[in-house]
Design a protein around this ligand. Structure first.
Ligand code: NAP
Length: 290
């Protein structure tokens, strides 16, 4: 079997187009321009480039972006005051604090200062908690796992009643991915570094989501024939043939898993583009709620 390659780039492009249309309609019918505030503390180059990509997406999708770069030594009080001001600003519908924060700032405290209705990253405990409550309406789901569910939906994978296995239990990806699959009536197993006999568990999966950050950790023998495999991992491996000296790979051994799975996301070009698309979608939803 050669797995169908799931084109996350194309699916993300159609979501951006839907957001563009939705933002234009909101402006026309209700005079609301969706706004996203990005808060970036410090000089981490990776964080700078992530925020740049997010701001560019805002521009392309008709979302106003309010950027707040702050020095590395920003005090807790200054940051919390800014978040409070953004929370009260009616032109700002979503607030994104780029993580990680410098070590003198508490991520938990900063995330909890964001009003849940503006928490477009979906990391506030009120939103994360509601994801886990049957019937509880979370205002936002974290963008990467929301992107995983969106991919599954758009390629027509039936989630209800399926066996889903998620590798990794971080609050950014693994845990919310498992909660979202559960909300959609999959029977879910959530694995982590202490899980025993991982291959026996993963071979049960109709849907396998890998989010552990270990290049090539998921091999063909761990996959049930025909399974849908979503590879969230983004890992740098040295590659002297590339100008930058490395290439990006996922958590799956792509060739091996392709020979067994029914469908598989590539890295790059799978889940990655979905994360930004879902951020734009969440921001539009926040603005639409008013
Ligand atoms: P993380 O916070 O480091 O969490 C990794 C998780 O994997 C932990 O729960 C850990 O278990 C588990 N784990 C590690 N080694 C394992 C093993 N050998 N077997 C089973 N479980 C194992 O990472 P993260 O932030 O969730 O990110 C995971 C990957 O997704 C990374 O490659 C990251 O770059 C990528 N990512 C991609 C996107 C995107 O937009 N595509 C967004 C976010 C993250 P313990 O809890 O027991 O330690």
């Amino acid at each position: 079997m050669t797995a169908r390659k799931i084109d996350g780039k194309a699916i993300a492009a159609s979501i951006h187009e839907e957001v563009r249309l939705g933002a234009a309609r909101l402006r026309e019918e209700r005079g609301i321009v969706p706004g996203l505030a990005t808060v970036l503390v410090g000089d981490d180059p990776a964080s700078h480039s992530y925020v740049k990509v997010k701001r560019r997406a805002c521009e392309e999708d008709g979302i106003r972006s309010f950027h707040h770069p702050l020095p590395e030594d920003t005090s807790r009080e200054t940051l919390l005051r800014l978040i409070r001001d953004l929370g009260e600003n009616p032109e700002v519908h979503g607030i994104l604090v780029q993580l990680p924060l410098p070590s003198h700032l508490s991520e938990a405290e900063v995330i909890e200062a964001i009003p849940p209705r503006k928490d477009v990253d979906g990391f506030h405990p009120a939103n994360l908690g509601r994801l886990g409550l049957k019937g509880g309406e979370a205002l936002f789901a974290p963008c990467t796992p929301a992107g995983v569910l969106e991919l599954l939906g758009r390629i027509g994978v039936g989630i209800a009643g399926s066996r889903a296995v998620v590798l990794g239990r971080s609050k950014i990806v693994g845990l919310p991915a498992a909660l979202l699959l559960l909300r959609n009536d999959a029977t879910v197993t959530l694995c982590h570094s202490r899980t025993k006999d991982l291959p026996a568990v993963t071979r049960e999966a109709d849907i396998l989501v890998a989010a552990i950050g270990r290049p090539g950790a998921v091999t063909a023998d761990m996959v049930k024939p025909g399974a849908v495999v979503i590879d969230v991992g983004v890992n740098r491996v040295p590659d002297s043939s590339r100008k930058r000296g490395y290439r990006l790979v996922g958590d799956c051994d792509f060739e091996g898993v392709s020979s067994v799975a029914g469908a598989l996301t590539p890295v790059p070009g799978g889940v990655g583009p979905m994360t930004i698309a879902m951020l734009m979608k969440n921001t539009l939803a926040a603005a639409s709620r008013g």
